[in-house]
Design a protein. Structure first.
Length: 202
């Protein structure tokens, strides 16, 4: 559990992320975001957008963020909730191989900078230091097949059709929530209706 000083630091980071989102004229401009999960200051959920000109473009990738009690002196533990085909991410568990989440972490960094680093990692895979050897082997031996597979996974797991999204928004508005509140809750919970509803009900 976070100590008072670390708790204040985390609340400040959360406020910064929220202010960044509020300051965007269009929320589609937002590249990364995170917030507390079920009100727990040491457990967040975040998302990043797939980088342009990569097989991940157009996808929104959700992440689980567990923050240690001695943060920011030790890094957060971040893993993908959305399945992603990338050599530095486990296709089975979502575990991430990234130096900034290990020995290159610094207390000067933040959850936001960690998320931006993960987004940059998607655009710059390093098969020589893989988290998933099978994916790394494909990238090295058959780059075209790798890109096709990564794009297929993005389309399958990181994209929602606009029709299915609107159906979910309508279900919540039919329960009395306004459409903007319903849409925001669904986006923040990877379009999972049950989790979104629970957050709205508090």
């Amino acid at each position: 559990m976070a100590r008072p000083r670390e708790h204040a630091r985390l609340e400040k980071e959360l406020l910064g992320l929220q202010q960044e989102r509020d300051g965007k004229a269009n929320e589609d401009e937002q590249e990364v975001f995170a917030e507390k999960w079920n009100g727990d200051i040491s457990h967040w959920r975040g998302w990043i957008k797939g980088p342009l000109d990569t097989p991940y473009e157009g996808g929104v990738f959700y992440l689980d963020i567990v923050i240690p009690g001695d943060y920011p002196y030790n890094p957060p533990k971040i893993s993908f909730l959305t399945k992603v085909w990338h050599p530095n991410v486990s296709s089975q568990t979502g575990a991430i191989c990234l130096d900034i989440l290990k020995h290159e972490w610094s207390p000067a960094l933040s959850i936001r900078t960690a998320l931006l680093s993960i987004q940059a990692m998607l655009a710059d895979p390093v098969p020589a230091d893989p988290q998933d050897a099978e994916v790394a082997k494909m990238l090295i031996e058959n780059p075209d097949l790798f890109h096709k597979t990564a794009k297929h996974w993005t389309e399958t797991f990181a994209m929602q059709s606009s029709e299915s999204q609107e159906d979910k928004v309508k279900k919540l508005t039919d329960m009395g929530f306004d459409s903007e509140t319903a849409r925001t809750a669904l986006k923040n919970h990877n379009w999972d209706e049950t989790s979104a509803l629970n957050s709205l009900l508090g």
